[in-house]
Design a protein around this ligand. Structure first.
Ligand SMILES: NC(=O)c1ccc[n+]([C@@H]2O[C@H](COP(=O)([O-])OP(=O)(O)OC[C@H]3O[C@@H](n4cnc5c(N)ncnc54)[C@H](O)[C@@H]3O)[C@@H](O)[C@H]2O)c1
Length: 371
């Protein structure tokens, strides 16, 4: 199969859909890989590395899309990429179709096979191609929070780990899923005092087992949240109710009671945020202050560390990519029901229920079309 890897064109997107290691494995399996010139540059993966691994470097995006049977990307195509769609093309990338009906229409009109990272499921029912970005954002949230606590960045001038004779800072993490657990690991590693709040008591039990007495766990209710945030130096928002907007459980009143120069990193901002005073920000202007509290609410945090993010993402996507390349999309989808959950558009039909419902389109289950 010919696999094409275009350079990402979405604003501030620095990741790339495949690494030189992935190229090496695909070429060894007998496939041909076309990588657009400088596709990996911003992830610190230069053309030379791809070439050594066996890729052909192609000068234009147009040629990558035109010559490939299978396109592997990171972000959903933006409008200027729609003209590359054609019947029979297989597209493997984050698609996030629900809020972009015009992209859905373009994929349907050209009968593109659209397999979306965000809806692929593994055997345990989790979303394996979303997990790595939550791991990155969770670990990064503490690093970012620690930096904003420095005086120079508007914080209260506090070193999270303290020093002998001076107590450490207090990190309050709200939500103990992938983001929250990874944040806890890094915060504990820095020597901070860490409290993790979750609604799910079984999750708190697991975390108590994993981290032992080093982590304080707390049941989520507004009384506990008000007390914990009032005493926090750094609050990390990491809640998720799948498929829904995040609940605003840290209220404006709670924020007003926080220490001046404390920091909030609301990672859940991509689902609207769990802090009432949070509003989406970007890497070019990441923070603002409300009631003396620094807010960092960047919706695509992994974009700041594209080298790590590309490696983490492709570690998870690559096994699927290899199967699609080797078996062909239809066979790969038929053999793996979890991958088939990723199929959003096929033969001009919407095959993912959530997308169909959110856009009032007809839903055609993938199983019927694949058999
Ligand atoms: N900003 C970014 O760049 C970025 C990157 C990755 C993930 N995210 C977002 O981070 C959020 C968390 O992702 P995740 O992968 O950790 O999700 P997850 O499902 O693994 O964890 C969410 C946790 O929130 C808990 N929760 C739900 N309601 C709660 C409440 N009222 N109080 C306390 N806890 C509650 C759940 O029990 C669960 O443990 C999501 O919104 C995700 O989209 C953002």
């Amino acid at each position: 199969m010919i696999i094409g890897v275009p350079k990402e064109v979405k604003d501030h997107e620095s990741r790339v859909g495949i690494t030189p290691a992935g190229v090496h494995a695909l070429v060894a399996a007998g496939h041909k890989v076309l990588v657009e010139h400088n596709a990996g540059e911003l992830s610190a993966m230069p053309d030379d590395d791809y070439q050594v691994a066996g890729a052909e470097i192609v000068g234009s995006a147009h040629d990558v899309w035109r010559l490939a049977d299978l396109i592997v990307k990171v972000k959903e195509p933006i409008e200027k990429e729609y003209r590359h769609f054609r019947e029979g093309l297989v597209l493997f990338t984050y698609l996030h179709l629900a809020p972009v009906p015009e992209l859905t229409t373009a994929l349907l009109e050209k009968k593109v096979t659209g397999i979306a990272y965000e809806t692929v499921r593994d055997r345990s029912g989790t979303l394996p191609l979303l997990t790595p970005m939550s791991e990155v954002a969770g670990r990064m949230s503490v690093q970012v929070g620690a930096a904003y606590l420095e005086k120079e960045h508007g914080g209260r001038g506090l070193l999270l780990g303290g020093v002998p004779g001076v107590p450490p800072g207090h990190v309050v993490i709200i939500g103990g899923g992938i983001v929250g657990t990874n944040a806890a690991k890094i915060a504990l590693g820095l020597g901070a005092r860490v409290t993790l709040v979750d609604l799910n008591l079984n999750r708190l039990r697991d975390l108590d087992d994993i981290f032992g007495g080093r982590l304080n766990t707390l049941a989520s209710n507004s009384y506990n949240l008000a007390n914990a945030t009032r005493e926090a130096d750094l609050v990390i928002g990491a809640v998720l109710i799948p498929g829904a907007m995040a609940p605003k459980i840290v209220t404006r009143a709670m924020v007003s009671q926080m220490r001046k120069g404390a920091v909030i990193v609301d990672v859940a901002i991509d689902q609207g945020g769990c802090v009432e005073t949070a509003k989406p920000t970007s890497h070019s202007n990441p923070s603002y202050v409300v009631d003396g509290v620094v807010h960092y609410c960047v919706t695509n945090m992994p974009g700041a560390v594209p080298h790590t993010s590309t490696l983490a993402l492709t570690n998870s996507t690559f096994p699927y990519l290899m199967r699609i390349a080797s078996l062909g999309a239809r066979e790969a989808l038929k053999k793996d029901p979890g991958l088939a959950e990723g199929l959003n558009t096929f033969q001009g039909k919407v095959t993912y229920r959530g997308v169909a419902e959110s856009q009032q389109r007809e839903w055609t289950p993938a199983a019927g079309l694949l058999s």
